[in-house]
Design a protein around this ligand. Sequence first.
Ligand code: ATP
Ligand code: MG
Length: 396
Amino acid sequence: MIKEVILCKYGEIVLKGANRASFESLLLKEIKKRAHAYGNFQVTHAQSALYIEPQDDTCDLDGMFEAAKRVFGIVGVGRAAVTEKNMDAILQTAREYLPACMAGKRTFRVDAKRSDKTFPLKSPEIAAEVGGVLLATVKGLRVDLHHPESMIRVEVRDRAAYIHADQQKGVGGMPIRSGGRGLLLLSGGIDSPVAGFMMAKRGVEIEGLHFESYPYTSEAAKEKVMELADKLCAYTSRMHVHVISLTHIQEELRDKCEEDYFTLLLRIFMMTLAERCAKQYRCEALITGESLGQVASQTMKALTVTDSVVNMPVFRPCIGMDKEEIVSIARMIDTFETSILPYEDCCTVFTPRHPRTNPDREKVMAELCKVDFETLLDEAYATMYTETRLIYDSYR
Ligand code: ATP
Ligand code: MG
């Protein structure tokens, strides 16, 4: 039986100088953590690549392969057959292993590399022989050196030789936890999971904060948010989601403040509570799914007001994206179908008919004085509870 390994190529990390090792070690740790779910694998790194080697026959290589594509920091994932370091073994393995990998492909190229210079054949000779085997084994296949549909690589290394089939794209980005920790304001909508994904991709460890408004919002609406967190876990592997009730705040705003300012006032409460939560859980920034001009609370003036109540950076990776672009990322990360389930969000409870798009900060603050800001904040913050979502749970 052919022994296969998975090989992952890193992206941007290779550009790092002195602190490259710390990025590599985060990446290695993350891959090892993922590998646990798929069996007994050994993970090692050498020359800007990670090797994931199954240690017994029960390992789920397909599952591990798919998981590796979702680890931030990895730009390419491929499978390779491992063989003894002699030409007979290499050609025999190529004959058995490659035809299935070439299914549907018409042209190919073989590149060879020997880091073991004592190997009797030179790289071009190895490539030519493996190419010859392929031409003889797979009907209709042609060599195309410039635009091959399939790139085969043969590597002769110290311990063994590897025959690599085509690589697939990895998610890219930076290893998780290399970029600090951020608190994602996670609604049930399309945008906020995408915003969380984008920041996680830059190495930010994501915690979630969801605002509910029970009984105006339902248990099902909250479960939908947890499902979104599960989907993000395919990339982040773990996520704590804090939940705060806004019910009383919303009732107070509805009863005491001018309707047109309702949304903006609510957002002031949300951002203030989010900052408090971020500080408690040592998050250094807030993350939202806001996109400029999408709704009344996302105009430049409205965002200026919401920014002014917090003292930490607010990252809005969707700010310059069209809905269509956000949707295409949501589809890619598989959150879209969950996001469009028709449950209510606290932002849609008591929505004003004519929300202010051009709010005057003085007037907003005057409206805010009509409610007991501090007491409402404390009371809402006291309702907070936390759920932890794990990648392994979403496999069940
Ligand atoms: P989304 O698709 O993310 O819901 P949206 O276009 O519906 O975005 P809003 O409802 O105005 O926009 O919310 C803007 C941002 O505020 C959201 O992207 C999210 O980060 C945050 N937010 C909105 N509602 C909630 C909520 N119930 N809990 C936590 N954060 C929320
Ligand atoms: Mg929303």
